[in-house]
Design a protein around this ligand. Structure first.
Ligand SMILES: Cc1cc2nc3c(=O)[nH]c(=O)nc-3n(C[C@H](O)[C@H](O)[C@H](O)COP(=O)(O)O)c2cc1C
Length: 224
């Protein structure tokens, strides 16, 4: 798969087959993905790769925290932002499209909670990669670097027939996750990339999110 095909083919996968992903494949993905750029080549990322019982324990920890209404404790500061337009509209469009595919009516609150819980279970992916950054790194550009490596992981995973979902929601109870895994308090969990073999039978499999046309987000200078 060439790079253009990969970028066009990548999309968030939220339904996986239970088949395990071999450790060797994930290691190969990470070995390639660490070629991602980072500010001043600081390579701030560290990876915690979870599968099997370790991942199941973290799913449970996330659900416990959610059901106990534990206050959010994300790795990236989460300001209490009310999204205005055009961002709110795009977010709503995504939610409406996903709920329609899942057959969840607008006012079915329990079904929406169940979907949120599925997200907190890493969409039942057989593996997930937590991208962490040590607290000693104070330059907020680590958020950009983490995004670069997350996208590279998602693209390289395609080469191995794997689907991915970059997930922020799952990192909202990072203290509970750290405790579960025995990770030091200094490791901020920035984002997760869940991965596995896509469940092609799921109604979600064919879903394609929309994009704004490039012309509406681009201003050209000096071309004429
Ligand atoms: C930083 C970041 C955080 C995300 N967090 C979540 C998440 O918590 N749950 C989820 O289902 N998708 C999450 N996504 C996936 C986005 O919803 C998805 O990338 C977007 O809707 C575009 O769709 P596509 O990935 O299928 O192209 C996240 C993506 C990014 C880049």
């Amino acid at each position: 798969m060439d790079v253009i095909e990969a970028v066009k083919a990548r999309r968030s996968i939220r339904a996986f087959k239970p088949d395990p992903v071999p450790m060797g494949i994930i290691k190969e993905i990470l070995e390639i993905a660490v070629r991602s750029p980072s500010a001043n080549n600081t390579q701030p990322w560290e990876f915690a790769v979870l599968t099997g019982a370790a991942l199941d324990d973290v799913r449970k920890a996330n659900l416990d925290a959610f059901n106990k209404r534990t206050p959010f404790d994300p790795g990236i500061p989460l300001p209490d932002v009310k999204w205005g337009e055009p961002y709110r509209g795009r977010q709503l469009e995504l939610g409406i499209a996903l709920f329609r595919l899942l057959g969840i009516p607008k006012d079915d609150f329990p079904a929406k909670v169940a979907w949120a819980e599925k997200g907190l279970r890493f969409f039942d992916a057989p593996a997930t990669i937590l991208i962490c950054v040590d607290d000693s790194n104070k330059d907020t550009v680590y958020i950009f670097d983490s995004g670069a490596v997350a996208q590279t992981i998602a693209l390289v995973a395609l080469h191995f027939g794997l689907g991915t979902c970059i997930q922020r929601h799952v990192t909202n109870y990072q203290e509970a996750i750290r405790k579960n895994l025995g990770l030091p308090a200094s490791k901020r969990i920035i984002i997760a990339v869940s991965l596995g073999y896509p469940d092609e039978a799921s109604p979600l499999f064919k879903f394609r999110s929309t994009r704004e046309p490039v012309d509406s987000v681009t201003t050209w200078f000096g071309f004429d």
